[in-house]
Ligand binder design. Structure first.
Ligand code: PLP
Length: 284
């Protein structure tokens, strides 16, 4: 039997149901996290729970659990579900209340849901790279919140899927922002460039790990806005996320990146990332 967490309680996954007036269901009024599990252990869990706290704070949801309590709950969930390699999906909504755009006048209990999924590492794509396409960024101006409102992201990803692409790279005019659920990096003359973590993108935990790896491996990095032109002229391009790790991009909008093979800096960062996983979670 598979288990899920519903408001702090471990229950049978098939019994985990929410009310039709849950504000997450009606308004997307909530936030979420995806945490990677390797060898039954959570990777960078503290960073995820800190970001969750920030997302909740920025939309005015006061969360009933401490980071410690939540960590223990998630550890129990992993153990009960006997999960070795996969993810935890975790979301918190403002709760259940009669439908009205404004927050409930009487505060309601936020709704926490968490469950696990088995998921392999995307080894083939990590080795060979993926194709991407460009899509105009149609999202709102608080992309720094990991919100359940994902229509812009979904429509971008669907365009990519229909074109046989792994990811959509979004841009606001000439400025490249990020993928539909990933951060994007380019390499030019050994310099790594990625969009700064402001309100236009989601501050990826994988991105944060990459920035740390760059400091440790003396790879120069600039966090600044880069253009479509710079993307087209890049030596290497890659994307990052919890489930995609550090994934080489070998094609953008039908044009080959560099020589069409994953580049040396991408490879170096991938190796460093695996070391970091093994440090926290044991040998892969
Ligand atoms: C979650 C997400 C990312 C990647 O963040 P990670 O913490 O590295 O998984 C990037 N962009 C968007 C829009 C996201 O929702």
């Amino acid at each position: 039997m598979a288990f899920a967490i519903l408001n702090g309680q471990l229950i049978d996954r098939s019994e985990a149901k929410v009310d039709i007036e849950d504000r997450g269901y009606q308004f997307g009024d909530g936030v979420y996290e995806v945490i990677r599990i390797y060898n039954g252990k959570m990777f960078t869990v503290n960073m995820h729970l800190e970001r969750l706290a920030k997302s909740l704070d920025s939309i005015g949801i006061s969360f009933p659990f401490t980071e410690q309590q939540l960590t223990e709950m998630l550890e129990m969930l992993i153990e009960k579900n006997n999960l070795q390699l996969g993810i935890i999906y975790l979301q918190v909504t403002r709760g259940v209340a009669p439908r009205n755009h404004a927050f409930p006048a009487e505060p309601v209990q936020p709704m926490l849901v968490a469950y696990t999924k088995q998921l392999e590492r995307p080894i083939h794509h990590l080795q060979n790279g993926v194709k991407t396409m460009l899509v105009e960024d149609m999202r709102w101006l608080r992309c720094d919140i990991k919100s359940l409102n994902l229509l812009g992201n979904i429509l971008a990803k669907q365009k990519a899927a229909e074109s046989g692409c792994f990811e959509a790279i979004q841009h606001r005019g000439q400025a490249v922002t990020e993928g539909s659920s990933t951060n994007v990096f380019i390499v030019k003359n050994k310099l790594l460039i990625t969009h700064p973590s402001d309100q236009h993108i989601l501050r990826g935990i994988t991105k944060e790990v990459i920035l740390q790896l760059c400091r440790e491996h003396d790879i120069s990095i600039e966090e600044r806005v880069f253009t479509l032109e710079e993307l087209a002229a890049a030596d290497e391009v890659f994307l990052s996320s919890t489930t995609s790790e550090i994934m080489p991009i070998t094609e953008v909008d039908g044009k080959m990146v560099g020589n069409g093979l994953p580049g040396p800096i991408t490879r170096k960062l991938q190796a460093g990332f695996v070391q970091e996983i093994e440090k926290q979670c044991g040998a892969l």
